[in-house]
Unconditional design. Sequence first.
Length: 146
Amino acid sequence: MLMRTDPFRELDRLTQQLLGTNPSGTWSRPSAMPMDAYREGDEYVIALDLPGVDPEAIDIDVERNMLTVKAERRPVTKSDKVQVELSERPLGVFSRQVMLADSLDTEHINADYDAGVLTVRIPIAERAKPRKISISAGSGRKEIRG
């Protein structure tokens, strides 16, 4: 029910890992964020890794069936006396777009952020849930019960 919209983004991420380069994302070219997606009961769950990101720097939008998550990890404020010895944590802008199936209820999406993980929950629409159809005897009419 979920589909990636940029098949080359994963290839870029793997190339960056192999070459040891991880450029900071910018607003015009954001970096990808790791994601898991799974179904749990009557809802789809998307979990995105965003450690060290202030919740105020996370933006979630849905337009039609496209869910977009953008976040920015800003550098920790340092004084003039600080000399950086090692800096491996990526900074900058991160983004992920997910195409949602028509069977999901985009009007009732909710999200929470805990321990560096953004969890987005999307309920399955009532119209997409299975329902029983009863058959009445004799008249040849079918009755639909929702």
